[in-house]
Design a protein around this ligand. Structure first.
Ligand code: NAP
Ligand code: ZN
Length: 370
């Protein structure tokens, strides 16, 4: 298929009102083609909390028009002559929240890229949407028909994982997998997951798959308790329903991954759940920053407060292997791509149980009707 046989079209945010369900369908200009790129015909794309932050310019001014979506699954339809990772036309691949890093191209060695931690590349990290590639092109995400991306950031998906389930793993999944792995989640560890949304539900399943002794979900109400237990959680704390929850559970956890993105979250109470030398990993990213931190809980228990950014292509491959080995099954509802505006409104209202995956209907593609 020649490059001109297909159009890059998608749901475009034109201003901050897009986050209220006002994205408009339209054409966009993908990055100028390079021979290290692939083009992907998108079949699926998950909806991530970050899509909403970006659509509403929550993290700073968004470069509109912006097509969000960074949990992309599709079929490779074009492969550049310099693509080195063996991708071929017809391969089923996934693209997560990052689509470029410097990969040492800026001359001197980049420690992050050289060690397989492209997500921490300080000089060339380009987001899959709302970013600018090293060649000057804008990045557009996966609420769309096609995606053009440097092949290094397109990962082959194991046959065992259905596309609708692979999609949310590419950001929501790896964002919880990577810190749990990095901070030693496994036998002998008690792990807390705060916020049972898209990221949180993956966190529970990865912690169990990695062999943690105990997984505790911290949620606002008991509404998701049955689900959490079904996902493999051992205990459940409903913070709005027990005013003594922090004291009762103090010092019981080794690692916490916090997916909450509210500025008014009870951060110090969450941290009090850690025991000596415990690690608190913040992955949720509130528009207006974190609450104030008090020093003594950190000092008295030698706690570590840290963050974590998505995962590298290598992390994504490793996560897929674990998902296949341990039969990790995300809770996903498929939603037609045409209903993306409705779906983001439902997402904002906290409706997903626990991720929505947008699906392109093949016949609509063929008729050019999407
Ligand atoms: P989500 O599905 O909406 O889940 C967030 C969960 O947080 C909710 O399900 C809810 O859980 C809890 N929550 C919401 N409002 C709260 C409040 N006011 N106080 C306490 N808890 C609250 O969103 P997501 O897709 O998982 O994304 C979560 C955050 O992670 C977003 O900020 C997103 O941008 C960020 N993120 C970061 C990275 C990274 O690399 N660090 C990557 C992807 C996403 P309960 O109902 O259980 O309370
Ligand atoms: Zn994301």
């Amino acid at each position: 298929m020649a490059a001109t046989d297909y159009k890059f079209e998608g749901w475009l945010g034109l201003d901050a009102s897009a986050a209220d369900g006002k994205m408009v369908w339209g054409e966009f200009e993908p990055k100028p083609w390079e021979e290290t790129d692939v083009d992907i015909k998108i079949t699926h794309c998950g909806i991530c909390g970050s899509d909403l932050h970006t659509l509403r310019s929550g993290w700073g001014p968004t470069n509109y028009p912006c097509c969000v979506g960074h949990e992309i699954v599709g079929t490779v339809v074009r492969v550049g002559s310099d693509v080195k990772n063996g991708l071929k036309v017809g391969d089923r691949v996934g693209v997560g929240a990052q689509s470029e890093s410097c990969l040492g191209r800026k001359g001197d060695e980049c420690k992050a890229c050289a060690s397989g931690m492209e997500n921490y590349c300080p000089r060339g990290h380009v987001g899959t949407y709302n970013g600018v590639y090293l060649n000057g092109g804008k990045s557009y995400g996966g609420y769309a028909t096609y995606n053009r991306v440097p092949a290094h950031f397109a990962v082959k998906i194991p046959v065992e994982i259905p596309s609708a389930e692979a999609a949310p793993m590419l950001c929501g999944g790896v964002t919880t997998y990577a810190p749990l792995k990095f901070h030693g989640c496994g036998p002998g560890k008690s792990v807390g997951i705060i916020g049972l949304g898209g990221l949180g539900h993956f966190g529970v399943m990865w912690a169990k798959a990695l062999g943690a002794d105990k997984v505790v979900v911290v949620s606002r109400t008991s509404g998701k308790k049955a689900d959490a237990l079904q996902m493999g959680a051992d205990e459940f704390i409903a913070t709005d329903e027990d005013k003594d929850w922090a004291r009762k559970n103090a010092g019981t956890l080794d690692i916490i991954v916090c997916t909450v993105s509210s500025t008014s979250m009870p951060l110090m109470e969450y941290m009090s759940l850690l025991g000596m030398d415990g690690t608190f990993v913040q992955v949720g990213a509130p528009d207006d920053g974190l609450p104030t931190i008090q020093q003594f809980p950190l000092i008295f228990k030698r706690l570590k407060l840290t963050g974590s950014l998505i995962g590298s292509p290598g992390d994504i491959r490793e996560m897929f292997e674990l998902a296949v080995e341990k039969k990790v099954k995300p809770w996903v509802r498929e939603v037609p791509m045409k209903d993306a505006n409705k779906a983001i409104c439902e997402f904002e209202a906290g409706k997903p149980r626990y991720r929505f995956t947008l699906v392109n209907e093949p016949e609509q593609h063929q008729q050019g009707k999407l």
